[in-house]
Ligand binder design. Structure first.
Ligand code: IPD
Ligand code: CA
Ligand code: CA
Ligand code: CA
Length: 270
């Protein structure tokens, strides 16, 4: 319980840190490609969060997106998985619609999930076995839905990728409508809150999905990779999340697609 309440205070303080920092200038850099942005604020916020955790819990492990030294080799003990800004493109272009995502795992098992919608200061939070909440309101268990009546998080860019676009189109055809919010963690929070019935992403990193797993599982939802295998906080993977029915329908669309299954075997972890 102490980690949970400390984490909630910390993520709110980090949100305030970002909102204050946004009143001053910051630099925008490109990482692996021209659309992979990072700012001083991403880096400073990760340092802010990591320093606080290390001051309080010197024996905990830590993974974060922006610093190589924030990485781990095993999942032993308490591991904090941090995305200081999830949705950096939204942060830069919109100055809104981005989150801080913090997941805490103990010996590889989900323990606490915290996703802060920074500009609205709304916190989605869960403690394994104790339920999930938006601020002070407890979230109900997810309802089962059919694809035809489901709203699905899906980035249309993935449909354009050769070899793997087809199952995305299949999901888009089956569902009522698609949405793409630009922050994976925000979409996971929306699935937990029943605002999306499911969502799908490729090549996410542990800091994108760690907190989301805790929140969604706490309301009876399912989170796996595209072929239905469990996720690990040690590696990148594709992610499907949703209520049980919707999760199964999306997984079937991917598992039945031979080109996708082969592509996955042959190349990177998608
Ligand atoms: C990104 C966002 C985006 C997802 C990308 C992530 P970042 O995280 O979650 O929605 O599609 O795959 O990398 O880089 O803004 O922290
Ligand atoms: Ca990034
Ligand atoms: Ca991210
Ligand atoms: Ca990030």
């Amino acid at each position: 319980m102490e980690i949970y309440s400390f984490g909630q205070r910390l993520i709110r303080e980090a949100g305030q840190f970002i909102r204050n920092r946004m009143t001053e200038a910051y630099t925008i850099d490109k990482k692996t490609n021209p659309n992979d942005l990072v700012t001083d604020v991403d880096k400073e916020t990760e340092r802010f969060i990591a320093n606080r955790i290390q001051e309080k819990y010197s024996d905990h492990q830590l993974i974060g997106e922006e610093y190589k030294e924030h990485s781990i080799e095993n999942t032993d003990g308490v591991v904090w998985v941090i995305d200081p800004i999830d949705g950096t493109i939204n942060f830069v272009h919109q100055r809104a619609n981005f989150t801080i995502s913090i997941g805490v795992f103990i010996d590889g098992k989900p323990h606490v999930g915290l996703i802060l919608d920074v500009m609205n200061d709304v916190l989605y939070h869960a403690h394994a076995g104790h339920g999930a909440f938006i601020d002070d309101s407890r979230l109900p268990q997810l309802k089962q839905t059919v694809m035809e009546e489901s709203l699905i998080g899906l980035n249309p860019k993935w449909m354009l990728k050769s070899g793997i676009g087809e199952p995305f189109m299949d999901v888009a055809r089956q569902c009522r409508q698609t949405r793409s919010y630009g922050s994976a963690a925000l979409e996971f929070a929306y699935v937990a809150a029943g605002r999306l019935e499911g969502t799908i992403f490729f090549r996410l990193s542990p800091w994108d999905f760690a907190a989301g797993i805790v929140l969604i599982e706490e309301v009876g939802g399912v989170v796996t990779n595209a072929l239905g295998d469990p996720l690990s906080i040690l590696k990148k993977d594709s992610v499907i999340a949703g209520n049980t029915n919707v999760h199964q329908s999306i997984q079937t669309a991917f598992s039945n697609n031979e080109a996708f299954v082969k592509h996955r075997q042959d190349s990177y972890h998608i």
